[in-house]
Design a binder for this molecule. Sequence first.
Ligand code: ADP
Length: 159
Amino acid sequence: MKKIIYPGTFDPITNGHLDIAERASKLFDELIFVVANNPDKQQLFSVAERMEMISKSTGHLSNIRVESTKILTVDFAKENSALAIIRGLRHVSDFEYEFQMAMMNYNMAPEITTIFMMPSEKYVHLNSSILKDIAKLEGDVSEYVPVYVLEQLQSKLNS
Ligand code: ADP
């Protein structure tokens, strides 16, 4: 079984993340979302909430699993017998960081391949931080997140 992991913060998952997951899940038998559990980084949503939002937003895809981890991405990939890591690339500005990360991961685990994909043009300017900034100021973000995530965002920001 060919598996790919999709690591990230997903605070929260957006339609840009989903676009990448839908494309990558067609190429592999299983795609595992790996939610970073990093207590040093302050996030709006807890790990459990982020995982729940991913599960609810990917119900239409049959070969998706959602996990969280505190260990290195390449170690998680090895422990789960994944062949590859998928990452999204939007702008040239993403490239430098992603390139550095991919090279470090190759040094640590040459057998794990990093694959990059670009989302549909609609989501090229989208990231979770901008989304949260707009939502906090009561802007309309319904085009950019699944309905369940929109509800969770509204209830979190109004609480
Ligand atoms: P991280 O903290 O690991 O960057 P993110 O949740 O921000 O976590 O992103 C996870 C992955 O999804 C990264 O590869 C990022 O480039 C990609 N990504 C984020 N937003 C989008 C988007 N709108 N379109 C495509 N890929 C995206």
